[in-house]
Structures are given as C-alpha cells and as structure tokens.
Ligand binder design. Sequence first.
Ligand SMILES: [Zn+2]
Length: 127
Amino acid sequence: MSPRHLFTRNPVARKAHQCWECTRPIERGTRYRVDITAYEGRTYSIKAHVECADAGMALATEMDIQDEGRDSLIEEITASGEPLDAFDLPDVVRRRLEDAIAEGEARDEARRAEALARIRAAKEAAP
Ligand SMILES: [Zn+2]
C-alpha cells in the first residue's frame, strides 16, 4: 500500500519544530502546516511553514517538480543570469526560490570569507 494522506491541519506551534521543506525552524507561536499520512500501519506527520508547504504543493502540482527538481531549477535559473521575474513561476514558488538563492549566496560568501581567513592565517604563520 502506498502512503495515504489522512488530513491537514494548520495549528499554532506550541514548541519549535523544523520545517520539512526549508529545514529552518518553525518558531514557537507561529502557524504552520501539518500533513498526517498513514503508511504500513503507522502515521507520520510532516510539518512545514505554511508558505513552504504552499510552495512545495505549487511546485509539485502546477509544475510537476519534486525535491531534487527544485535544486536543479535553482541551478538553471542562477546559471541563466536572468532575474526570477523573467520566469513564469507561481508567486509563492518565486518567493521561496528567492530565499533559497539568497541563502546559497550567503553560504558561498561565508565559504569565501573562511577561505580568505585561512589563507591569511597561513601567510602569517609562514616564516
Ligand atoms: Zn519552511
């Protein structure tokens, strides 16, 4: 039997959770989405920011794109050098991709800074 979706809820977080879609924390006191699924006699709950869940759904249903597809979509868009607005994307998807691209750039920047610091430290240590 394949997983069967039972129901969806949008509760307010009583404690922090991790978002299934973006992996960032779902802060206590914010509304989030829970999907309850049954599979092989057990139930599973998948928690996500409401907007992340919407974006995931829009990608999956409107564009037929799953997780790995999203990463290669980001790569294609970044490589094209075109602004995100140039692509015909659902709004909620465009916002999530903007976030993901900005995060990737911040990570690259942090990596560059770390490498520079290491080079500097090595130069200073050299006789
Ligand atoms: Zn999220």
